[in-house]
Design a protein around this ligand. Structure first.
Ligand SMILES: Nc1ncnc2c1ncn2[C@@H]1O[C@H](COP(=O)(O)OP(=O)(O)O)[C@@H](O)[C@H]1O
Ligand SMILES: [Mg+2]
Length: 257
């Protein structure tokens, strides 16, 4: 993988994560009842090689995600919105999955995190994180399994991953009553922030449906690539779900707002 498109901010010299960050001492709680999901250990070296630097907090390239984490936590507490955040963008390849995994990694230093893949058209989270064989969200939404049986847990990282299998049945899966039930369970999970990876907003209505269930959305846009009219259309489509932040991915200024 080429790193030449990285945000310049993550190429700057290392700065340790501030000691004043609000570290909340928590243990990983079962999600969806007594856990029946496999447990695994993250391979942080391999994750870093894939550009998932959020799992290696002292790596200077993790810095952008530590900053994004701080902004997200500040805005979430200010607006008192809940704890499920859908990562969205207008198109494919904008960096949604990249941002979702890195942000989940950075957040999991402070909170329990549930990283959820609801992109049935280009499921990526399982292979990015390197999860062992486990059931995916498609099995939950097809009402074949309980939430406690879905995904896998990395307790040492306070991370639960609910990956997805590619499916041609995305529309039917996302219409399932198990979807709002899953969001309710994620909201009830103590000290847990859920980051939800989604398909492109402007392709089909999948991401619109997901964003309407989420408490907030984080918009990823690509500098010099995403069109202003597409951003306006996305903002119209997510309404009334609040926008909790915008990531300018592959930005010359390395900005997020
Ligand atoms: N800021 C970045 N630095 C380096 N690689 C990136 C960056 N953003 C995205 N990528 C890479 O670009 C590709 C597309 O990103 P991805 O997250 O899969 O997009 P999406 O989920 O929006 O379709 C992936 O290989 C990803 O690792
Ligand atoms: Mg993706």
């Amino acid at each position: 993988m080429s790193y030449d498109r990285m945000m310049p901010a993550i190429k700057r010299p290392a700065q340790l994560v501030s000691a004043s960050d609000d570290v909340v001492p928590v243990t990983l709680h079962d999600l969806g009842g007594p856990a029946a999901r496999p447990v695994f250990t993250l391979d942080r070296g391999k994750l870093s090689e894939k550009g998932l630097w959020g799992f290696v907090p002292l790596d200077p390239r993790a810095r952008s995600f530590v900053r994004l984490r701080a902004q997200l936590l500040r805005r979430m507490s200010r607006s008192e919105c809940g704890r499920t955040v859908a990562v969205i963008s207008p198109g494919s390849g904008d960096g949604k999955s990249f941002v979702a995994v890195n942000l989940a990694a950075a957040l999991s230093e402070l909170y329990n995190v549930c990283l959820v893949d609801l992109d049935f058209r280009k499921a990526a989270i399982g292979s990015l994180v390197g999860t062992p064989a486990c059931l995916g969200t498609e099995a939950l939404l097809a009402n074949e399994h309980r939430l406690a049986e879905i995904g896998c847990a990395a307790p040492e990282a306070r991370l639960i991953v609910l990956p997805a299998q590619q499916s041609t049945d995305a529309t039917r899966l996302l219409a399932s009553s198990a979807l709002p039930a899953m969001f309710e369970a994620l909201r009830r999970a103590p000290e847990t922030i859920s980051i939800i990876d989604t398909p492109p907003m402007l392709d089909m209505d999948d991401a619109i449906i997901i964003s309407h269930h989420a408490d907030a959305v984080l918009l990823v846009i690509e500098e010099g690539h995403t069109k202003a009219q597409d951003v306006r259309e996305v903002l119209r489509l997510i309404s009334p779900t609040p926008l909790v932040g915008t990531v300018l991915n592959r930005s010359l200024a390395g900005a997020s707002t």
